[in-house]
Design a protein around this ligand. Structure first.
Ligand code: ADP
Ligand code: MG
Length: 644
């Protein structure tokens, strides 16, 4: 056989069904494609005018009109842009995937106006119209002097017809879609309006929608009143139609020219959120890629709202999609915002984005900008930063858990509320407490339930931080992994060492006394509690308290999590609790005397059980049977008091 090189030929007949089915996952987008082509045609014409290569004859009102006609089953897109000559129609329309936009950009790339970029890229957008049409017709008149207007028609096969156009005699293009029977929804004005609003809200050219079957509004006479009360008739013009889009979205403006009010207005308008955002970041990058946008930190009224962010992605002001994880890191999707990135292809497919280096650069850049803003707020507006913290902590913590690189950038600004209500960094906390408990961070995760311990901490002049956000369990483990040596301990964990409440090893009398107390409780409580320790607490009023070993509590928590997923190890990972009995407490002292008298065993047992329950309640809610017993005992107690 002879060696041969050749081109694999692609037959349009084969490619049509592919375009129809696979190119776009969403039928709606044909509207976006056709309108972006119309806007492109207008931008191109404007550019030629500004370069002196075309003449608009003083008419500088540019617009795109979308016109539905349910009776005729047509949908028209009318623009007064650059138009096409016969030759151009053949070149740009007949050659699928030969993008006229790329061609134009190639030619004019050195003369581009700032900010007005061409949307098209792939030369496939136009053909998306065949997803919903039996026939597509183009009537177009080029801006070029002496050019003849052209009609092009095609019914979805590979054959087309080209002839002079009777319909279009002024500069621009009219695309007429003959909507097929499966797609009649696109003949509903409200539906078309909705789609335009979704994809084209920020296109740079005004877009109008009209219904050909609705009678045009005529000027009407209205009755008005003179100052003296007499009436007169006045001819009132109908209200001028309003464009559906905002041609100058705020992100296009330079950050220094935007006011707070404008940012808030834009937020309200785009996200329909009437709570004010906390703050925002205006992204504006030209190098090494183009990126503009505004990211808002929303105020959360409930924590669960944090899962409801929305970041809209645009390409040259054309909406592409919401919440694209490949471009905007997942944890940033908790925010609300708009990102415009002309360097991304419009008809993005996810697998394409995942492998695109440019995309990951963009994503990293966004993360960096967000981190910078947070650090800046921390350094320069600490008061405000503290105020925002309750709302933004879930976002920051989630960000750290998802992306350790984000953590590296913002670790210095993670703050904790301490028992005095101040916000301190981890470093501040460790530094302030290093004499008392080096590298240990004490925390409370339920201020109400743990109030007794908090009170005790204050009595001992110790400090703890409040960690009550739903991610904190994970965040604590994360910090322990990333901050060498730092250990988090809940406020009810093994704190005897820190409190210094253990009895002096050399004090034999005290030790003997402790032994007696321990003995007393052991006999009275039996197997109600495993570990007992007798110590001297500062607060004489508290007879006893429960401590839970941090390690065992975490293990128990984990095994509970596993149990949810079907694995269980009953009894293996129970929390290890210790009852610390306070030898400074008067009741305990008295109890020992009574115990030694040996006459009142039942009463001693009764009181020991009650002391245990009170300690338990101060630590955690009682379970049902414990509660039953506790109430019963309380009632007995009342009757004993009254009988005295
Ligand atoms: P792309 O927009 O990616 O270039 P399309 O398939 O959407 O590809 O369009 C193909 C080409 O057809 C455009 O680049 C443009 O040259 C031409 N075209 C489409 N619509 C219009 C229009 N309304 N006015 C002028 N030219 C148009
Ligand atoms: Mg296009």
């Amino acid at each position: 056989m002879i060696k041969e090189n050749g081109n694999i030929s692609i037959d349009t007949e084969n490619i049509f069904p592919i375009i129809k089915k696979w190119l776009y996952s969403d039928k709606d987008i044909f509207i976006r494609e056709v309108i972006s082509n119309a806007c492109d045609a207008i931008s191109k014409f404007q550019r030629l005018v500004s370069l002196g290569e075309a003449n608009n004859n003083g008419d500088d009102i540019y617009k795109v009109t979308v016109s539905v006609n349910k009776e005729k089953k047509t949908l028209k897109f009318i623009d007064n842009g650059i138009g096409m000559t016969e030759e151009e129609v053949k070149k740009y329309i007949n050659q699928v995937a030969f993008s006229g936009a790329t061609d134009f950009m190639e030619k004019y790339k050195d003369k581009m106006d700032e900010g007005k970029d061409i949307i098209g890229h792939f030369g496939l957008g136009f053909y998306s119209t065949f997803m919903v049409s039996t026939k597509v017709q183009i009537d177009t008149q080029s801006y070029k002097e002496g050019a003849e207007s052209v009609r092009w028609e095609c019914s979805g096969g590979t054959e087309y017809e080209i002839a002079p156009s009777e319909e279009r005699k002024t500069r621009g293009t009219t695309i007429t879609l003959f909507i097929d029977d499966e797609s009649t929804e696109f003949l509903e004005e409200y539906k078309v309006r909705e789609i335009i609003k979704k994809y084209c809200s920020f296109l740079p050219t005004e877009i109008y929608l009209e219904d050909e079957n609705k009678p045009k509004e005529e000027p009407k006479y209205e009755t008005k009143k003179n100052e003296d009360g007499t009436e007169y008739q006045e001819l009132v013009e109908p209200e001028a139609p309003k464009p559906l889009n905002d041609t100058n979205p705020l992100w296009v403006k330079a950050p220094k020219d935007c006011t707070d009010e404008e940012y808030k207005d834009f937020y309200r308008k785009v996200f329909m959120d009437f709570n004010e955002p906390l703050f925002w970041i205006h992204l504006n990058v030209d190098y090494p890629f183009n990126l503009k946008g505004i990211l808002y930190f929303p105020k959360l009224t409930h924590e669960f709202e944090a899962t409801e962010g929305q970041v809209k992605l645009y390409n040259n002001q054309v909406f592409v999609a919401d919440n694209i994880k490949e471009v905007i890191p997942e944890f940033l999707l908790l925010l609300k915002g708009t990102i415009d990135c002309p360097d991304l292809p419009l008809n993005v497919s996810r697998s394409f984005l995942q492998n695109d280096k440019e995309v990951s650069k963009i994503s990293n850049h966004i993360v960096k900008k967000v981190a910078d803003k947070l650090v800046d707020l921390f350094k320069n507006s600490r008061e405000e930063f503290n105020k925002f913290w309750p709302d933004i902590q879930i976002f920051i913590k989630y960000g750290c858990l998802r992306d350790p690189k984000f953590y590296d950038k913002i670790k210095e600004i993670v703050i904790f509320k301490n028992l005095k209500g101040e916000f301190v960094t981890l470093k501040d906390y460790l530094e302030a407490n290093k004499e008392k408990h080096e590298n240990k961070v004490f925390y409370a995760n339920d201020e109400k339930q743990q109030s007794q311990y908090i009170k005790m901490f204050k009595e001992y002049d110790l400090d703890a931080v409040i960690l009550d956000c739903s991610l904190d369990d994970h965040f604590i483990s994360f910090l322990e992994m990333h901050e060498a040596g730092v250990k988090f301990n809940r406020i009810d964990s093994d704190i005897s060492d820190t409190l210094g409440s253990k009895t002096d090893e050399n004090d034999e009398t005290a030790k003997a006394l402790n032994k007696e107390i321990e003995e007393l409780f052991k006999t009275s409580l039996g197997d109600k509690i495993k570990n007992l320790s007798v110590e001297g607490l500062k607060n004489e009023e508290t007879p006893a308290l429960i401590l839970v070993s941090e390690e065992s509590r975490r293990m128990a928590q984990m095994s509970k999590m596993y149990a949810k997923s079907g694995m269980s190890f009953p009894g293996m990972f129970d929390e290890e609790k210790t009852l610390v009995i306070n030898n400074n407490n008067a009741i305990i002292k008295k109890l020992l005397e009574v115990y030694k008298d040996d006459g009142k065993k039942d009463e001693v047992k009764f009181i020991c059980e009650h002391i245990l329950d009170l300690a338990k309640i101060a630590n955690k809610e009682l379970d049902a049977s414990e509660m039953d017993e506790f109430i019963k005992r309380n009632n007995q107690l009342l009757s004993k008091v009254i009988l005295l």
